[in-house]
Design a protein around this ligand. Structure first.
Ligand SMILES: [Zn+2]
Length: 206
């Protein structure tokens, strides 16, 4: 990546105009290691960008550098109320699980509490560093109707069938013992597709 690209990188979050008063998951900036893994981005030496659309229709950008099998560096800018933009670099550890049916599954380690999470957030009580939903004090909102609610309910129904948490951002459980593998994989794939669509349409990362 060219040097000047980094200098021109738009800030991740202008708190003065957007995040300072928000404590909703939907309004925080999220990084999802499962998405990175599915897209084949977790390769040593790779640098890639994550983009979000802010409520003002601006693009917020975060740069991720894969420094090793178990560490990524996040490079971003934030601005707090009445302060200048701050250029920040934080490393986040990754741990890998073996999946029961082969392959590995990555988790991000919350720098605050040390728990393994699929998703970390910038926002709420953690305006400078990415951490887990609990540490950031972020809550889900149920104030959205129409298509958003319908697609969310569809994904939640599948999660219930799999015996897991209804929260769309929580990791999937392994296959229930009584369920056939093919059915499990089909349900899981369907839910992941709906959830991807849900995030794409209603939440942000583009
Ligand atoms: Zn945490």
């Amino acid at each position: 990546m060219a040097q000047d690209a980094q200098r021109r990188m738009p800030g991740l979050c202008d708190y003065y105009r957007s995040c300072s008063t928000y404590s909703l998951v939907e309004r925080a900036f999220d990084i999802d290691v499962r998405r990175w893994s599915r897209r084949g981005l977790l390769v040593l030496g790779t640098t890639f960008l994550c983009h979000w659309l802010t409520e003002e229709d601006r693009t917020a950008t975060l740069k991720v550098r894969v420094e090793s099998d178990d560490q990524v560096r996040l490079i971003y800018r934030v601005r707090m109320p009445r302060k200048r933009w701050q250029q920040l670099e934080r490393t986040v550890s990754i741990v890998w699980d073996s999946c029961r049916y082969g392959g590995r599954r990555p988790w991000l380690i919350c720098p605050n509490c040390g728990q393994s999470m699929a998703v970390l957030y910038l926002g709420g009580a953690s305006p400078i560093a990415f951490c887990c939903r609990q540490c950031a004090g972020l809550k889900y909102t149920s104030q959205h109707g129409g298509a958003r609610l319908r697609s969310m309910r569809k994904a939640q129904k599948i999660r219930r069938q799999l015996g897991g948490s209804e929260l769309l951002l929580e990791p999937f459980l392994d296959k229930p013992q009584a369920m056939r593998l093919r059915r499990y994989l089909r349900l899981r794939e369907t839910a992941e597709r709906i959830e991807e669509e849900w995030f794409r349409r209603f939440r942000a990362p583009v």
